[in-house]
Design a protein around this ligand. Structure first.
Ligand code: DHB
Ligand code: FE
Length: 279
């Protein structure tokens, strides 16, 4: 059977992708951030998951404001990097895992999570930047990817608790899939940042560090953080952190932290990365 063995939470700042693409990772500004990504890349290479479920949000690249799915799952053979305004990133095409993705869609919908099924879904920095963070610059990505897109752009977005419960349903679905696959799940976005309005530039490192701590120490607190608290404490885009709750829900209660990196600033964002493994 397939096994969901680990989760990664990571920011998905587009500037991180641009730093990789334009060979700037060793500049004074970016080096401390990328140095902290090295152990995560080693972990990814050593663990070599067959499939990664990447929970991310689309930033009006695949979905405009005409159509906003709350939860969408990509079931295609492949997903093209999206054009975000400067042309698509020159990163490898993202290869899907249609069999597992359809199995997930069926299991989740029968478990009463009404997923939108995406046969075509260009993937933007929300998904490609975490791949660059974890995998560097390979000619082809080393794992299959199932994109799971969450609306955190247009109010109302799903609650942290709904996301956490979806994570639990994902875990159940993966472990009922009859193939020997090693599966990881990434939750992306955050940490604190706000890109717009009077508080643009807001970062709250205390909130972020407490969030990282409580992923292993007190998940119950995180599950109950309401949107208004994310907005107040972590900024309007800090609310992307609900996607980490999907990742956390897919892991054991006693998952353990194996690596953490936290760096301020990356563009406008407090950049966090955490790796959690099931015992
Ligand atoms: C930035 C961060 C994001 O998460 C995003 O989606 C866009 C921009 C930033 O910090 O610049
Ligand atoms: Fe974002």
């Amino acid at each position: 059977m397939a096994k969901l063995f680990a989760g990664v939470g990571t920011s998905h700042v587009p500037g991180i992708g641009a730093a990789v693409d334009h060979k700037k990772t060793q500049t004074d500004y970016w080096k401390p951030l990328f140095d902290g990504y090295e152990p995560a890349r080693e972990w990814m290479q050593n663990e070599a998951p067959d499939v990664v479920i990447i929970v991310y949000n689309d930033h009006a690249s695949a979905f405009s404001l005409e159509l906003i799915p709350t939860f969408a799952i990509g079931v295609a053979e492949r997903f093209q990097p999206a054009d975000e305004g400067y042309g698509p990133r020159k990163v490898p095409v993202v290869e899907g895992h249609p069999e597992l993705a359809w199995h997930l869609a069926e299991s989740l919908i029968l478990d009463e999570f009404d997923m939108t099924i995406a046969n075509e879904m260009p993937v933007d920095h929300g998904l490609t930047v975490p791949l660059s963070i974890a995998c560097g610059e390979p000619d082809i990505w080393p794992c299959k990817v199932i994109p799971l897109c969450v609306n955190v752009i247009q109010y109302p977005s799903p609650t942290g608790n709904r996301c956490y419960q979806l994570g639990k349903a994902i875990r159940k679905a993966v472990e009922a899939f009859p193939a020997d696959l090693k599966v990881a799940i990434f939750g992306t976005g955050g940490m604190s940042h706000q890109l717009q309005g009077e508080r643009a530039g807001l970062v709250n490192a205390d909130f972020d560090i407490a969030f990282l701590d409580d992923l292993t120490r007190n998940v119950d607190r995180l599950v109950r953080i309401p949107h208004v608290e994310y907005l107040r404490e972590a900024g309007s885009e800090g609310a992307e952190l609900v996607m980490w709750m999907i990742m956390r829900g897919a892991l054991d209660d006693d998952a353990r932290e194996v690596y953490r990196h936290f760096h301020v600033p990356a563009s406008n964002t407090a950049a966090g990365l955490i790796i959690l493994e099931n015992p």
